[in-house]
Design a protein around this ligand. Structure first.
Ligand code: MN
Ligand code: MN
Length: 469
C-alpha cells in the first residue's frame, strides 16, 4: 500500500472493477494495433462471402494448409481446410493432445448486410436503366441512397460457365448509386416513419441514361446497358436468372479520426472477427488442442441454407475428421469449447438512452465477451454457462488480454442474435466474443484498432492455451 493510500482506496482497488480506455494502460498499443490493422484493411476489401473465401484460400495454402482429404488421420501440427461451395470455410490445426480431448472452435460469419439483385433485375423507366434489388440482412434502407456503390457477384451462363463480376472498386471504374428525393420536395417523405422514408422497391440502382442508337428499338437505354454487359461478360438478360449479384458500398476501408485510432469500412460485422480469428488460426503453432476456425455464410439472414450455420456442414466435416481416429463427433464436441466471434454494439453517446452502461460494451476497452444475446426474456440465445465464462475469463486473464462484457443495449429496447445458438445446439460449450462497433449494419461501420488487435490476441490465447476445461 502506498504511503498516501487510504484504506478505502486500497479496498476499491482490490474489490471493485474500474474499466479503463486501453490507451491508459498501454500507450504503445495503438502503434502495434495499427500495424496489425493494415492487413485487416486489405481483408475488408473482400466484401462478400465468396470474395472472402477466394481471398483466404491462397493465404492458407501459403501457410501450409492442405485441402482436407476424407479418411486421413492427420498428425499434430498438420493444417487442413475445407471449402464449402466457395461461401464458407473450415480451417484446422491439429493439436498435440488426442482429438478425443476436445477442440477449440472459433466461428465467425463472412456475409454482411447488402443489396442483392432480384432474379430479373434490369428495367428501364423514364429513359433511365436500373437494377432492382432485394435487401439482404437488417438495414436502415434510407442509409443506402446517395452513397457510391459497387457491383459484384457471379453469373452462371446457359452453358454452365461462370463469370465473376466486380465493377466500381478499381481506380477508373464507374460507380453506382440509388437516388433520393431533394429536400425541396420532401415535405411528405420527411413526415413518414423511418422504415418508409425509402421503401424496398425504391432501392433501384441507377445504371445509365444513354440510348442504344436504333430508332426501331423500344427500351433503348436498357438495351444499351445489356449490350455493354454482354461485351464485357458475355451475358444476356436471361443469365441474371442464374446469378448472385449484389451492390455494396464502394469506398475503401480507411483510418478514421484525427488520431487514426479507428477504422471505418463497410462489412466490419463480421469481417473484423473473421480476420482476427484467421490470424489467430494461422499463428496457431503446435497448439495443445486442435483448433477449428470457421467462416460461415447467411448469418445476417438467419443462418439458413447449406452454407449457413444451421446447415450440418460443420458437423459433417467433424464426423469425417474424427472418424479417422475412431471417434464420434458428438463425443469430441462435448469436450470442446467454442468462441462464437461476432461484434457487439458499442455505447454511442449520441444515442445513450438505448444503452445500459454497466453492461454494454465501449469502444477501445478490448474484446467484448457476451454471455448471451437474444431479445426480451432472453429468447433465442445461447446463454453461456458460468463455467464457460469462467474458462474463457481465466484464459484471457492469464494472457493479460484486457476485455469487457457486453449486452446488446437495454433489456426492453430490442436485441439480436449471433450464431452461438446455432453452434451450441451441437452440445458444444459456446460463448460470444467480438469487438464493439459504432453504426453497426450501416454502410460505414466504425471499430477501434486496439480492440481489433486485442481480439486477435484473445482468440490466439484461446487457441494456444493448454488449459483443459
Ligand atoms: Mn454479426
Ligand atoms: Mn450483423
Amino acid at each position: 500500500m502506498a504511503d498516501d493510500e487510504t484504506k478505502g482506496q486500497q479496498l476499491e482497488k482490490e474489490l471493485l472493477m474500474k474499466p479503463k480506455n486501453l490507451g491508459e494502460n498501454d500507450a504503445g498499443l495503438l502503434e502495434k494495433a495499427s500495424e496489425f490493422c493494415e492487413g485487416y484493411k486489405q481483408f475488408l476489401c473482400n466484401k462478400t462471402e465468396r470474395e472472402v473465401v477466394d481471398y483466404t484460400i491462397p493465404i492458407l495454402e501459403k501457410h501450409g494448409y492442405k485441402e482436407f482429404v476424407r479418411g486421413t488421420k492427420y498428425k499434430a501440427g498438420e493444417k487442413v481446410f475445407l471449402n464449402n461451395r466457395g461461401k464458407s470455410l473450415i480451417m484446422v490445426t491439429v493439436g498435440k493432445r488426442p482429438v478425443a480431448d476436445g477442440m477449440r472452435f472459433g466461428v465467425s460469419h463472412i456475409d454482411s448486410p447488402r443489396l442483392d439483385f432480384k432474379p430479373n433485375p434490369l428495367f428501364e423507366d423514364t429513359d433511365m436503366a436500373y437494377f432492382k434489388t432485394h435487401y439482404y440482412g437488417g438495414i436502415k434502407k434510407y442509409q443506402w441512397t446517395t452513397i457510391p456503390l459497387s457491383i459484384r457477384g457471379v453469373v452462371i451462363r446457359r452453358d454452365g460457365t461462370s463469370v465473376k463480376v466486380k465493377i466500381g472498386e478499381e481506380e477508373g471504374d464507374p460507380l453506382f448509386c440509388i437516388t433520393d428525393l431533394l429536400p425541396h420536395l420532401a415535405q411528405n417523405q420527411m413526415k413518414k416513419p423511418a422504415p418508409e422514408i425509402v421503401e424496398g422497391e425504391q432501392l433501384n440502382i441507377l445504371l445509365g441514361c444513354w440510348p442504344f442508337p436504333d430508332e426501331k428499338v423500344s427500351g433503348k437505354v436498357k438495351l444499351n446497358i445489356m449490350n455493354l454487359l454482354n461485351e464485357k461478360y458475355g451475358i444476356s438478360e436471361q443469365d441474371f436468372l442464374s446469378a448472385e449479384l449484389c451492390a455494396v458500398p464502394a469506398y475503401k476501408p480507411s483510418d478514421y479520426g484525427l488520431d487514426r485510432s479507428m477504422i471505418g469500412a463497410y462489412g466490419q460485422d463480421d469481417s473484423v472477427c473473421a480476420y482476427a480469428s484467421l490470424m489467430a488460426e494461422l499463428d496457431a503453432k503446435d497448439p495443445e488442442f486442435t483448433t477449428v476456425t470457421v467462416f460461415t455464410d447467411k448469418e445476417e439472414t438467419g443462418s439458413d441454407g447449406n452454407t449457413g450455420m444451421r446447415s450440418l456442414f460443420l458437423k459433417d466435416f467433424l464426423e469425417d475428421f474424427v472418424s479417422a481416429y475412431g471417434l464420434s463427433a458428438r463425443h469430441v464436441l462435448m469436450n470442446s469449447v467454442c468462441v462464437s466471434c461476432d461484434v457487439n454494439a458499442a455505447v454511442d453517446p449520441a444515442f445513450g438512452e438505448v444503452f445500459e452502461r454497466n453492461n454494454c460494451s465501449f469502444l477501445n476497452r478490448g474484446p467484448v465477451v457476451s454471455k448471451y444475446t437474444g431479445s426480451r426474456g432472453k429468447y433465442s440465445t445461447n446463454d453461456a454457462s458460468a463455467e464457460t465464462m469462467g474458462f474463457l475469463r481465466s484464459i484471457l486473464e492469464d494472457a493479460k488480454v484486457p476485455w469487457q462484457v457486453g449486452e446488446l443495449g437495454k433489456v426492453d429496447i430490442g436485441g439480436g442474435g449471433t450464431i452461438a445458438a446455432e453452434i451450441s445446439i451441437h452440445n458444444l460449450d459456446t460463448v460470444d466474443m467480438g469487438v464493439p462497433v459504432l453504426s453497426m449494419h450501416a454502410p460505414l461501420e466504425i471499430v477501434s484498432k486496439a480492440d481489433v488487435y486485442l481480439l486477435y490476441k484473445a482468440v490466439h490465447a484461446f487457441y494456444m492455451s493448454p488449459k483443459a476445461k
